[in-house]
Design a protein around this ligand. Structure first.
Ligand code: P1T
Length: 388
C-alpha cells in the first residue's frame, strides 16, 4: 500500500500495511531484509533506482513510507539514531544562524546543541515556549528554526504546537517538533501546522528496546529533498535489519500506546495518593498545568510519568535500587517498564543551574510505564516505596 492509497485508512491499518505489499517472486508477505551494501547496474548509471545502500535500501524505503503515513506526512527519512536525525537536520543551517529551543529537552539534544553545534557558530536561545509573545520577541533576523519538544523530557511540559507553528510560519522560521514522547498515535504535529517532525524511534515507535534509530517527516518537498541529499551525503543511515525490526514494531503501535496510557493513568492515580510521593507530573492528571492544552492537541496522554519523592537523593536512590519489574535504565517507550533518575542519568549533561530552574532535582524520578499487568506494576512500586 503506497502513501496516497493509505490515506483513506485508519491508524492501525496504516501501521500494518503502509509502504508494504507482498514482495518479489515469492510474494513474501513481510518486506525482506535487503542485507546488501550495493546493487548491480546494467551499464554505468543504468540501475533499478537503487545504486548504493547508503543512498537507498528497499527495506528502509518501506519503513519510511509507513512512518510518513502514520504522521500524515508526504515524506519520511530514516536515520541511525534520534540524535543522528537531529544532527543531519542541523546540516541544513549555516554558521551564524539562530535557533530557539524549548528550555526543557532531552539531555542528549541539549548536549548536541549546546556543546557541539555551537562549535560551528550556531546560536541557541533556550526558553520556555509557553509565552508565544515572548518567543515571537526572541526571533531575530538570523533565526531559522524553532525547536519544540512537547511533552518535554523529563518535566512533561506541554507547549501550544498550533499557535507556535502559526507564529513561526508568519516569521518564516522553520518549526520542528520532537514527537518522541507521544508517537503519531497520540499527537500529529504536521496536522497542527508544523513544518517537520522528528522521532527517536528507539522509544515508542519501535517499542521493543532492541533498536536505536530516528526519523524525519515533512510535507515540504523542498526540505525533504535537502534532507534526502544530506541523508546520503552525511551518511547516518540505519541498517536493513533495524528497518525491518522497526516496521515490525510499528504494526502494534496503536495497541501498545493504548495500553501504555491505560496503565499510566492507573499508576499516576496510585502515586498521587501515596504518602511518600510529593508531586506527580502526568499530562492526564487534572493537576497538570497544561492539562487542557494536552486534551486539545493530543488524543491521549502517553505512558511517561515524572514524580518527586519526599526527601532527596538517598530516598530516590533507594526507590530506584529496589523496584524489580521497573528496570533501572535509560530510555523509554518499550513494552517493559523502566525507571530512571534524570539528574544523574539522562539529563546529566544539563548544567546544575538549568536543572534547578527546570525542577530536575535529586528527588525527581521518571518512569516509562510498560504494558505489563498494571496491578503487578503498582505492587512493584508499592514495595519499593515502602523500602524508602
Ligand atoms: O537515543 P536516540 O535514538 O539518539 O534519541 C535521542 C532522543 C531524542 N529526543 C527525545 C525526546 C529523546 O527522549 C531521546 C532519547 N532519550 C533517552 C534516551 C531518554 O532516556 O530520555
Amino acid at each position: 500500500m503506497n502513501n496516497s492509497e493509505s490515506k483513506k485508512f485508519g491508524f492501525g491499518t496504516k501501521a500494518i500495511h503502509a509502504g508494504q505489499s507482498p514482495h518479489g517472486d515469492s510474494a513474501s508477505v513481510m518486506t525482506p531484509i535487503y542485507q546488501t551494501s550495493t546493487y548491480a547496474q546494467k551499464s554505468p548509471g543504468q540501475h533499478t533506482g537503487y545504486e548504493y545502500a547508503r543512498t537507498d535500501n528497499p527495506t528502509r524505503t518501506a519503513y519510511q513510507e509507513c512512518v510518513a503515513a502514520l504522521e500524515n506526512g508526504k515524506h519520511a527519512l530514516a536515520f541511525s539514531s534520534g540524535l543522528a536525525t537531529i544532527d543531519t537536520l542541523f546540516h541544513t543551517l549555516k554558521s551564524g544562524d539562530h535557533i530557539i529551543c524549548s528550555d526543557d529537552v532531552y539531555g542528549g539534544t541539549f548536549r548536541l546543541f549546546d556543546k557541539i553545534l555551537t562549535r560551528f557558530k550556531l546560536e541557541f536561545t533556550f526558553m520556555d515556549l509557553s509565552d508565544i509573545a515572548a518567543v515571537e520577541k526572541a526571533i531575530k533576523p538570523n533565526t531559522k528554526m524553532l525547536w519544540i519538544e512537547s511533552p518535554t523530557n523529563p518535566m512533561l511540559k506541554i507547549f501550544d504546537i498550533e499557535a507556535l507553528a502559526k507564529m513561526s510560519r508568519a516569521k518564516k522560521v522553520l518549526s520542528v517538533v520532537d514527537n518522541t514522547f507521544m508517537s503519531p498515535y497520540f499527537q500529529r504535529p504536521l496536522d497542527l501546522g508544523t513544518d517537520a517532525v522528528v522521532h527517536s524511534i528507539t522509544k515508542y515507535m519501535n517499542g521493543h528496546s532492541d533498536v536505536v534509530g530516528g526519523v524525519f517527516i515533512t510535507n515540504d518537498t523542498k526540505l525533504h529533498e535537502e534532507m534526502k541529499y544530506l541523508q546520503n551525503a552525511v551518511g547516518a543511515v540505519p541498517a536493513p535489519q533495524d528497518c525491518f525490526l522497526v516496521m515490525r514494531g510499528l504494526k502494534t503501535l496503536h495497541i501498545r500506546m493504548k495500553q501504555h496510557q491505560e496503565n499510566a493513568i492507573e499508576i499516576a492515580n496510585f502515586l498521587v495518593k501515596h504518602p511518600k510521593v510529593e508531586k506527580v507530573i502526568y499530562p492526564g492528571l487534572e493537576s497538570h498545568p497544561q492539562h487542557a492544552l494536552a486534551k486539545k492537541q493530543m488524543t491521549g496522554f502517553g505512558g511517561m510519568i515524572s514524580f518527586t519523592i519526599k526527601g532527596g537523593l538517598t530516598e530516590s536512590r533507594k526507590l530506584l535500587e529496589t523496584t524489580k519489574l521497573f528496570t533501572l535504565a535509560e530510555s523509554l517507550g518499550g513494552v517493559e517498564s523502566l525507571i530512571e533518575h534524570p539528574a544523574i542519568m539522562t539529563h546529566a549533561s544539563v548544567p546544575l543551574e538549568n536543572r534547578q530552574k527546570l525542577g530536575i532535582s535529586d528527588n525527581l524520578v521518571r518512569i516509562s510505564v510498560g504494558i505489563e499487568d498494571v496491578q503487578d506494576l503498582i505492587e512493584d512500586l508499592k514495595n519499593a516505596l515502602s523500602a524508602v
